[in-house]
Design a binder for this molecule. Structure first.
Ligand SMILES: [Zn+2]
Length: 421
């Protein structure tokens, strides 16, 4: 009889992770670099980050993993498979936190991967492909900019030396701090062949909790653009100057802002715009401002729709400014490309959630993740679980042991499926 390793058969249907052990590991990790309000402060390449990494490495070795560390400190804990020539599958996320971060953001993805490996050991299951757990360096970007740096170097978005040269507020260099904590490895920070990568993460938004759904089958990450807009008119006295003789940048600004909100409404529920700031110069209540400065944050999961939104925004700004005698400058300061995850892996996640009987829905991630980078060199998908109030990047971040176990079980079955084909 065939062992049926390629199907969800093979005797693995009943496999489940240990909910209490996963929760306890999360609690133990959260005690390293505790925050001031019940969360965590374990920023990248600090002594706390080192202690968290050491704890993980010890745990991974205990359950039969070999450890490799690359030049930018990414950790790969590898549980060998039966076929040493087959490309491994990977579960990864990050252990660093914001300065006032939560106990689950990133950490959950790493420790759920560890819990899967512990479960496989307990059940005596050897997969055909090796399973690797990745800890990506400096995902948060709060100490060293930019965010998602470790996975970005592997993906070729940034060079290793660019990462090394990044400095924190006190002038300490990433490269030096990495060496100081003992995690400057020798493995080249470059893509290696992988059959698939899965990142399980708290949603960091309110949708799953609001809809009472356990598993988010994540189909991609929305793209984003940041623009800095400056509208130049002419400042003058608020009293004597007749309205029709003013070059008031607010006239253009209200059309632009209203127009962008309308544009987003036309592009459906997945489009987003945010005007997070507004500065008037010289900034006096009885002076028509000569200058208005404000950012525009535009997002959509479909790259073509997003590109069309950006083009419409530019046209809108040009039209409004021309009409009111205003000179605009629009500077693009950041772009996060929209990412579509691998359709076959998304199906594997969906099937695993269905097999386990969890409620689920397809969704797009509103936040960036290391998976955005790994999707550039390996088939990638993500699994979301609800978090309380949709809150994240906040010490009050919370999730239930049940939901966390559900996500880890989906990860287990997704890994069993992809590591045995
Ligand atoms: Zn994260």
């Amino acid at each position: 009889m065939s062992k049926g390793m390629g199907s969800r058969g093979g005797g693995f249907e009943g496999a489940r992770i240990d909910r209490a052990r996963l929760w306890e590991s999360l609690e133990t990790m959260a005690r390293i670099g505790p925050g001031v309000a019940g969360g965590c402060n374990r920023q990248a390449l600090t002594d706390e980050d080192r202690a968290g990494r050491d704890l993980f490495v010890g745990w991974a070795r205990e359950c039969g993993c070999d450890i490799q560390i690359d030049e930018v400190g990414n950790i790969f804990a590898r549980r060998p498979g039966s076929d040493p020539d087959a490309a491994p599958v990977l579960a990864g996320s990050h252990l660093d936190t914001q300065g006032s971060g939560g106990r689950f953001d990133g950490v959950y993805g790493v420790l759920a991967g560890l819990e899967v490996v512990r479960t496989l050991r307990d059940l005596g299951i050897t997969t055909r492909r090796a399973i690797e757990i990745a800890v990506w360096t400096n995902e948060e970007g709060c100490r060293f900019a930019p965010a998602m740096l470790g996975s970005g170097v592997v993906a070729g978005v940034y060079t290793r030396d660019f990462a090394y040269a990044s400095t924190d507020k006190s002038g300490r260099r990433f490269g030096d701090e990495l060496a100081r904590i003992g995690y400057r490895g020798t493995l080249p920070a470059a893509p290696r062949p992988y059959a698939g990568m899965f990142e399980v993460h708290i949603e960091q938004g309110p949708i799953l909790e609001h809809e009472g759904i356990t598993i988010g089958v994540v189909t991609g990450i929305q793209g984003a653009y940041w623009f800095d807009v400056t509208l130049t008119g002419q400042s003058c006295h608020a009293g004597p100057t007749p309205m029709q003789m003013r070059r008031d940048p607010w006239r253009a600004a209200i059309e632009i802002i209203g127009g962008v909100f309308a544009l987003v409404a036309q592009n459906g529920p997945l489009a987003r715009c945010t005007f997070g700031d507004m500065k008037a110069e010289p900034g006096a209540r009885n002076t028509v401002p000569g200058l208005l400065r404000f950012p525009i944050d535009l997002r959509h999961p479909d790259p073509q729709v997003l590109a069309a939104m950006v083009a419409s925004m530019h046209a809108l700004i040009a039209r409004a400014c021309q009409q009111h005698g205003i000179t605009p400058t629009v500077e693009q300061v950041w772009h996060m490309p929209a990412t579509r995850f691998d359709a076959a892996l998304v199906d594997i996640v969906d099937a695993a959630a269905a097999h386990l009987g969890y409620s689920r829905r397809h969704m797009v991630s509103g936040a960036g993740h290391d998976s955005l980078h790994t999707a550039q060199f390996a088939p990638t998908a993500m699994i979301f679980v609800p978090c309380a109030g949709g809150l994240s990047h906040n010490e009050a971040e919370d999730a239930t042991p049940e939901d966390l176990a559900a996500g880890a079980n989906v990860l287990l079955h997704a890994l069993l499926q992809s590591a045995n084909t």
